[in-house]
Design a protein around this ligand. Structure first.
Ligand code: F6R
Length: 612
């Protein structure tokens, strides 16, 4: 989704802005632009395409100046082109604006502005907002800050925005409602961005804006207010993020780096939370709501995409270990139907980014119905942890590749810990069972290391099937969500059509697709339905389908039947999804590389989906 960077200080702004835009590329975008203040004029450069296209376009231009803003746009209102790209400037050139989010009532505001003589170059809601600010500024004879306050009072929608006023060249004005913004504090300089990735190389002192905050940012001064103009005391925090975490560190792609990081990210997720000596799991962020969880009549898990898949694994885990009924819902469906909720329900919202608009709306709905809401998120300071009653961070470290990998496995790790802790506290797991599960969880990173070492074998299979047009992924029980996730990984980065199904459902339709050209990935690690999946493999082979089977090491039965087998180490099958998904991630990765796809920024996709 869109990205924001801004700078004010004594340094040249342009290198900071362009580098910041490159750091923001991972969010997904289709155009980019910068605005610089030069001699009390705002100079704007913007271009459809990549940040490198913008750089080439500007190559011979004067990019001097110590104050500026930059933006990567992911089109919502109006096609991706140079005109609709941000920054947008107002008709009389007084204001320049970059904006993430959506102004829902922009149509009505535009009509008003047109009626007083404003004309528009493009189709964006942002252009309407910048002109509204200017109209209020000129008509009301107020300063820039008040013009922004008054304009925002007229706006319905979500925004994270930064405004430049050429007549007040010593400041940037930023405001947040729904769309995150973080201010970086340097020596005689300030940075502003939509997330910390473009800031971390400059400073680790930051202030996260809350909803309805407006910040007046000067070189040496920062004033934080509410949209009602009441002054606030800024809460300065230390960024717990290293520059190495947002760089490729020698890997060809972020996605590969993040797949390889999974042993470490799972260790980090478990660190300090599992004690084998005390035979306990301690999730500090859930302490306050533990009684509610223990007594919950029902748990509802909400999420989107990969996070929803993790939720499905969570359903199996919690029902298995804690015997609490669980429902898993797409956030986007949950928010628009009339779910029956009450105060004995606990809603668990899962989101890597912590910013997904549909999941935030689902949280709001659940809270207003009196349910206890828990967040599982990877991004410290993001909106979901702020909006929930309690929660657990996944500690996967920044996930830059658009296709989610380490977030998925750490989400399942957190869900496993929740399920085991609940099982212990509710007495639905015996001490022997819970101890065994904790020991197994601790061993997962080392088993993942072994899978990652087999990377070459995944690459070889990828080479054989890189030209397939369709793939089917099948799994049963805990491995059904893994099949869904494997199919999603393949389609989003390689653009090959792929479907995930519960293996037993194959007979009810998908079996019609199977012929000698159809690769079928079957997740057939040893579990309580192993014999059943063996039968499913036979059914595929009887129709000449190509079987790529993920099996438990030492499996000889499936080796005889399948065209290819990929082994994963033995593990309790409730925890084995964490292992079984990794070969699927690597298979997708290699296929996409061989097809020449853009691995880290697949077409049309955004890293955090902050609009509906
Ligand atoms: C798939 C993927 C998406 C996200 C989904 C939810 O690889 O990344 O499907 O999982 O957009 O995002 P979060 O988890 O940030 O709420």
């Amino acid at each position: 989704m869109c990205g924001i960077i801004g700078y004010i200080g004594n340094k040249e702004a342009f290198p900071i802005l362009i580098n910041g835009l490159k750091r923001l590329e991972y969010r997904g975008y289709d155009s980019s632009g910068v605005a610089l203040l030069q001699n009390n004029e705002s100079i704007i450069y913007k271009k459809k395409g990549k940040v490198s296209d913008l750089e080439n376009f500007i190559a011979d231009s004067d990019v001097s100046g110590n104050i500026g803003i930059g933006h990567t746009r992911w089109a919502t209102h109006g096609e991706p082109n140079d005109v609709n790209a941000h920054p947008h400037t107002s008709l009389n050139g007084h204001f320049t604006l970059i904006h993430n989010g959506i102004i829902e009532n922009y149509g009505r505001l535009k009509d008003v502005l047109v009626s007083v003589g404003y004309t528009f170059k493009g189709e964006t809601d942002t252009e309407v907002l910048v002109n509204l600010i200017e109209y209020i500024y000129m008509r009301g004879n107020v300063n820039a800050e008040l013009a922004v306050h008054y304009a925002l009072a007229k706006v319905i929608g979500a925004y994270g925005l930064v405004v430049l006023c050429k007549n007040e060249p010593d400041q940037l004005i930023a405001a947040r409602k729904g769309s995150p913004l973080v201010i970086g504090i340097g020596e005689g300089e300030h940075f502003i961005a939509s997330d910390a990735t473009p800031i971390v190389e400059h400073t680790n002192s930051v202030i996260y804006l809350n909803n309805d905050n407006v910040a007046i940012i000067k070189k040496n001064e920062l004033t934080l207010k509410t949209t009602d103009n009441d002054e606030l005391t800024p809460n300065i925090q230390k960024l717990n993020l290293g520059i190495g975490e947002i760089e490729k560190n020698g890997y060809a792609h972020f996605m590969l780096k993040e797949i390889f990081e999974q042993p470490r990210s799972i260790k980090d997720t478990c660190r300090g939370r599992i004690s084998l000596e005390e035979k306990s799991i301690r999730l500090g962020g859930l302490h306050a709501v533990m009684p509610k969880l223990i007594d919950a009549k029902r748990i509802i898990i909400v999420g989107c995409g990969t996070s929803w898949h993790a939720g499905l694994v969570g359903e199996y885990l919690i029902e298995d270990f804690a015997r609490i009924p669980v429902e898993v819902e797409y956030s986007s469906e949950f928010r628009y139907r009339k779910p029956v909720l009450n105060d004995t329900d606990v809603v668990i919202a899962i989101s890597q980014s912590g910013e997904t608009a549909d999941t935030l709306a689902a949280i709001e709905l659940a809270r207003s119905a009196g349910a206890t809401v828990i967040g599982i998120s990877n991004v410290v300071g993001s909106s979901i942890p702020r909006e929930t009653n309690a929660g657990v961070y996944t500690h996967a470290g920044p996930e830059i590749g658009v296709a989610s990998t380490k977030a998925f496995t750490t989400q399942i790790t957190v869900l496993s810990m929740i399920a085991i802790e609940l099982g212990m506290k509710r007495g639905t797991l015996t001490p022997k069972e819970s101890n065994g599960l904790m020991e197994e969880l601790i061993l997962i990173p080392e088993k993942l290391e072994r899978i990652i070492k087999m990377n070459d074998s995944f690459e070889k299979i990828a080479a054989l099937y890189k030209n397939a047009n369709n793939f089917l992924y099948l799994g049963r029980g805990y491995f059904f969500p893994v099949a869904l996730e494997g199919a999603l990984k393949l389609k989003e980065i390689s653009y090959i059509h792929a479907e995930g199904y519960p293996a037993a459902e194959m007979k009810h339709g998908p079996i019609a697709l199977i012929d000698e050209n159809m690769p079928v990935v079957v997740i057939a690690a040893k579990d309580n339905s192993y014999e059943k999946i063996v039968s499913n493999i036979q059914e595929i082979k009887a129709r000449k389908g190509i079987v790529i089977a993920i099996v438990t090491e030492g499996d000889t039965v499936i080796r005889e039947m399948a065209d290819h087998v990929l082994e994963i180490p033995k593990a309790d099958f409730a925890l084995a999804p964490i292992l079984a998904v990794v070969p699927l991630q690597l298979l997708s990765y290699h296929i996409a590389v061989m097809r020449g796809c853009n691995i880290d920024q697949p077409r049309n996709l955004a890293k955090s989906v902050t609009v509906e």
